[in-house]
Structure formats: structure tokens, C-alpha cells
Design a protein around this ligand. Structure first.
Ligand SMILES: Cc1cc2nc3c(=O)[nH]c(=O)nc-3n(C[C@H](O)[C@H](O)[C@H](O)COP(=O)(O)OP(=O)(O)OC[C@H]3O[C@@H](n4cnc5c(N)ncnc54)[C@H](O)[C@@H]3O)c2cc1C
Length: 487
């Protein structure tokens, strides 16, 4: 791969993520204000309970729209905030959606029960007999069912594909919810302007979803026609796949980003897995480097050259766009080295790399890292060793150890990608060392409230105990600087 050098630009203290978040919040709050106005101008319901029920109903629809925007994979938002954060917010907003749905349904049933002087159960059954309410009841049922299956306990016990398929059911809930609004909505039918605003907003949201999730991926794949060019084993459990296509120089991908890759062979076309680019895009080919943790990743080794690939992306905010300082510290753990390796091709200025592995033999792409470090004058340390041994207990990412290795750490951007436990330990230490949050950028290799490889640790063979750092246990080798290049 050719190193594509991007000149260093020191950015203002506000990160792109903060600015994008501010824009997103402003748009959401401005529309929320309009929704409140719509509710107030529509006047009260037939009784207080129904008024409250309608209030929650309107907000269910609004939260649904926010939910759809968060998963629309809009390139502008994704590049700045990152899909991991957007999906994490989607998860939390999802739980607030469920509670709003429950409150809406409860108040409406109680409101009509009081109006008709009937029991809540009878009222519910008679509402279920009216198509307009039945659409709403079915939508609510689907939202609640998916929420129950999304709680961490249930999610952990499910195959990713099963969970994902169940999640797609929510689109049916959106359609049923829309039909319910068409038939029952009142707050936005008070004037032509209110109706135009409401359905205009829905059109924008659904248009964004369709564009980000369907049109853009279909167009990109038809245009670039991705194919497997080579499959190169990196170690017993790690393989690199090179993909080529037409006009790759026009693909807006950046080092540190990832794609969701679907290899169109008979046995695996239905599996789509996220992998980071393990080399900066050079306009001729793209490369992923994957560790075998399950059936899809293990099967990459057998991919025939020439296989068509359907790719969604590029996604992710783990890029040099996020830099705010001239100096950079990159911390990689295990196969988390992939986006770090790609970023190394783009970075200039003072760069230090800490590469944490179980054993030096596990350090995939190490040769490439060493070569890049030599060519560009970066400092590279391979960090091995058993966490928690010795006296005082060895902790490679303790604040003291980090600051000893990189004394000006608080003045650098820090990019971290590794197993969840390691990433958490690093983030804790960075906080303790007072590294500003805007300078800390983490990629987690997990999108949906679950870490790859759970219920074990990512990349950890079944049955192998994890150390406190989340890495498999091994004999003690203290941190060893592999290369030291002048800065
Ligand atoms: C943004 C991102 C970048 C990643 N980059 C790399 C990389 O460069 N190299 C690497 O080795 N691994 C990477 N991973 C992890 C990789 O996606 C999983 O190891 C792989 O999907 C496992 O699939 P499997 O079928 O082999 O294993 P399974 O046992 O089926 O899956 C293991 C776990 O991986 C996760 N997973 C599976 N499929 C998906 C999916 N479609 N979307 C989200 N999560 C999924 C789930 O949590 C699942 O439980 C990345 C993950 C993410 C989210």
C-alpha cells in the first residue's frame, strides 16, 4: 500500500464530534419545540387522562423519528460522531421510546375507560376492534417485544444475526405507527401548516433513512463493483482480505474507518460483518484484517479470489479528522491494531504507538508497523506481559506507566482501539491524567451494546480464562520497547 500523507492541521479545541452533536441537538430541540406548540394549539382532549395520553402519543412519533435519524447512517453525522456512539444513543433513546409507548397506551386506555365508564380491559378490547387503534396496539407490541429482546441479558444470549433480524421488525412498527397516526392523529391536523410540517418532517426522516441505508449502498456497490483480489494469512487466526473495484479513488473512505462487508458466496451472502480498513485506502484496493472469532470471520480464509463483495460504508469517526493536537498517541490492543495501522499511514508530526499483545508472536501486522515507524520517524512500543503480576502489580495502562512512556501525553490526541477491558482501562487512566475528552478517540469493535465474541472476550478462545486486563493469561514478559525512533 502506498502511504498517503495528509498534512497535519491543528484543529480548534472543539472537536468535529462536539460540533456535529451541537447541530444534531439544535435540530432535535427546534423540532421538539414545534411539536410542543402543535400539542398546545390542538387544545385539550375529552378528559385529562386522554390529554396526557395524546401528549405521549405525539412524543412517541417524534422519538421514533429521532431513532430513525440515528440509524440512517448519514455520512455527515457518522463521520463526525461515529456509528458506535450513534447506535449507543439509539439504544438509549429506544428505551425512552418504550416507556413513552407504555405511558401513551396506558393513559389512552384509562382515559377512554373513564369516558365510557367501562373497565380498562373492556376498553382495551373494544379499542383493539377498531383498525386505527389496532395499528397502534400492534406497533406498540412490536416495540415492547424488541425492547425486551434488546436488554443486555437477552442480547448476550443471541446470535448477532438473530438479534439483527428481530430488530428489523421495528420497521413494521414504524409503518403501523404511521397508519395509526394517519387515522388517529389530531395534534397536527389543526391547520394545513401543521399537517404540512408534520408530514414534511416524516418525509425528510424516511428519505434520509432510505438514502443512507438503501440508495447509497446500492449505488456505491453498482458503481465500484467490489471483488476479492487476494486472501493473505497473517497468522493462524488472522487473515487479510484485499478487495478491488472500479474507480476506488472516488470512494470517500479514510484511514481508521470501517465497512460492513458481505461476501457473496453461496454459504455466506447473508452474513454481514463490520471490519476496519487495515491499510489506508490508496485508490486501488481496500484491505481488511480479521481475527477468527466465529463462523464468519473464520471462513474468510476460504474466500475464493474474484468473489463479489457487497460493502456498506465507509463508516466511523476514528479518523484523523478528529485531531486537535499536533502530537498523537495510538494505543492498539490485539486485532484492534487494524485501524491504528491504517491511521499510521496518514499521520504526520510526533506519533507514538503502543501495541499491546498477548505474546510477541500474536502481533499481527507488526512488520508493517515497524516499517512505517522507521520510514516516518514514529516511536513504536510492543507492550507484552501479564497484567497484575509482580510487586507492585504490573499494569501496562496505569496512569504512571503511561506517563512514563509518553510524558507529554496530556498534550496529544490519543486514539485507542482494543478489547473492551483494555480500552476501559486506558480511558480511565487518560481521565486520571487529565487528558481532555476532546483529545480522546476510541473505536470499540462493537455496535449494538455487545462486544464481539461475547459471552467470552473478543478473540478469546472458548474456555480460556481472561486476565484482569481482558487479555488471555500468559507468562510474564514486561513491556519491551521494540523500536525507538527520534521524534
Ligand atoms: C466498527 C467495527 C470494526 C471492527 N473491525 C474489526 C477488524 O478490523 N478486525 C477484526 O478482526 N474484527 C473487527 N471487528 C469485530 C468483527 O466485526 C467481529 O469479530 C465479527 O463480526 C465476528 O463475526 P463472526 O461471525 O466471525 O463471529 P460471531 O461469533 O458470529 O460474532 C461475534 C460477535 O461479533 C459481533 N458481530 C457479528 N456480526 C456483526 C455485525 N454484522 N455487526 C456488528 N457486530 C457483529 C457480535 O457482537 C457477535 O456476537 C470490528 C467490529 C466493529 C463493530
Amino acid at each position: 500500500m502506498t502511504a498517503a500523507s495528509v498534512p497535519l492541521r491543528t484543529r480548534p479545541a472543539t472537536s468535529p464530534a462536539t460540533r456535529a452533536l451541537a447541530v444534531l441537538l439544535a435540530v432535535v430541540l427546534a423540532n421538539l419545540a414545534v411539536v410542543e406548540v402543535l400539542y398546545v394549539t390542538a387544545g385539550p382532549g375529552k378528559n385529562a387522562l386522554l390529554s396526557v395520553g395524546r401528549f405521549f402519543g405525539l412524543h412517541v412519533a417524534f422519538i421514533m423519528m429521532v431513532q430513525l435519524v440515528l440509524v440512517a447512517r448519514l455520512p455527515w453525522l457518522d463521520r463526525r460522531i461515529g456509528m458506535d456512539r450513534l447506535t449507543a444513543w439509539h439504544r438509549w433513546v429506544g428505551f425512552s421510546l418504550v416507556w413513552t409507548v407504555v405511558l401513551h397506551a396506558t393513559f389512552i386506555v384509562l382515559g377512554y375507560a373513564r369516558l365510557d365508564e367501562e373497565s380498562a380491559l373492556r376498553t382495551f378490547l373494544s379499542l383493539a376492534g377498531v383498525p386505527a387503534s389496532l395499528f397502534g396496539i400492534c406497533a406498540a407490541g412490536l416495540v415492547i417485544a424488541v425492547a425486551v429482546l434488546s436488554v443486555r441479558y437477552a442480547r448476550r444470549r443471541m446470535q448477532y444475526e438473530t438479534w439483527h433480524t428481530i430488530h428489523i421488525v421495528l420497521y413494521a412498527a414504524v409503518v403501523l405507527g404511521l397508519l395509526h397516526q394517519v387515522k388517529e392523529g389530531s395534534a397536527f391536523t389543526t391547520s394545513a401548516a401543521a399537517e404540512a410540517y408534520w408530514w414534511g418532517l416524516w418525509t425528510l426522516v424516511l428519505g434520509a433513512l432510505l438514502a443512507g441505508r438503501v440508495v447509497l449502498p446500492l449505488w456505491r456497490n453498482a458503481y465500484h463493483r467490489f471483488r476479492v483480489a487476494a486472501v493473505v494469512p497473517e497468522s493462524d487466526r488472522v487473515v487479510s482480505v484485499y478487495v478491488t473495484g472500479r474507480h476506488l479513488d472516488r470512494l470517500p473512505a479514510h484511514a481508521g474507518q470501517f465497512f460492513i462487508w458481505r461476501f457473496l458466496t453461496r454459504g455466506r451472502w447473508w452474513q454481514a460483518n463490520p471490519y476496519s480498513l487495515s491499510a489506508a485506502p490508496d485508490g486501488r484496493s481496500l484491505r481488511l484484517t480479521a481475527k477468527a472469532v466465529g463462523s464468519a470471520s473464520a471462513g474468510l480464509r476460504q474466500l475464493p479470489v474474484g468473489t463479489r463483495v457487497f460493502m456498506e460504508g465507509p463508516y466511523g469517526a476514528f479518523t484523523s479528522l478528529q485531531r486537535t493536537r499536533p502530537g498523537t498517541l495510538l494505543i492498539a490492543g490485539g486485532v484492534g491494531v487494524t485501524p491504528i495501522r491504517a491511521l499510521l499511514e496518514e499521520l504526520t508530526g510526533s506519533v507514538v504507538v503502543l501495541y499491546r499483545v498477548h505474546d510477541p508472536a500474536d502481533a499481527v501486522l507488526l512488520g508493517e508497523l515497524q516499517q512505517l515507524a522507521r520510514m516516518r520517524g514514529f516511536r513504536l512500543h510492543l507492550v507484552t506481559g501479564r497484567t497484575g503480576t509482580g510487586s507492585p502489580p504490573y499494569d501496562p495502562f496505569a496512569p504512571g506507566t503511561l506517563v512514563a512512556a509518553v510524558p507529554d501525553i496530556a498534550d496529544r490526541d490519543v486514539f485507542v482501539c482494543g478489547p473492551p477491558a483494555m480500552t476501559a482501562a486506558v480511558l480511565r487512566s487518560l481521565r486520571a491524567l487529565g487528558v481532555p475528552r476532546s483529545q480522546v478517540h476510541a473505536e470499540r469493535f462493537s455496535l449494538a451494546g455487545r462486544s464481539p465474541g461475547q459471552p467470552g472476550r473478543p478473540g478469546q478462545p472458548p474456555g480460556q480464562p481472561a486476565s484482569r486486563s481482558g487479555l488471555p493469561r500468559r507468562k510474564n514478559v514486561l513491556a519491551e520497547p521494540l523500536e525507538r525512533s527520534p521524534q
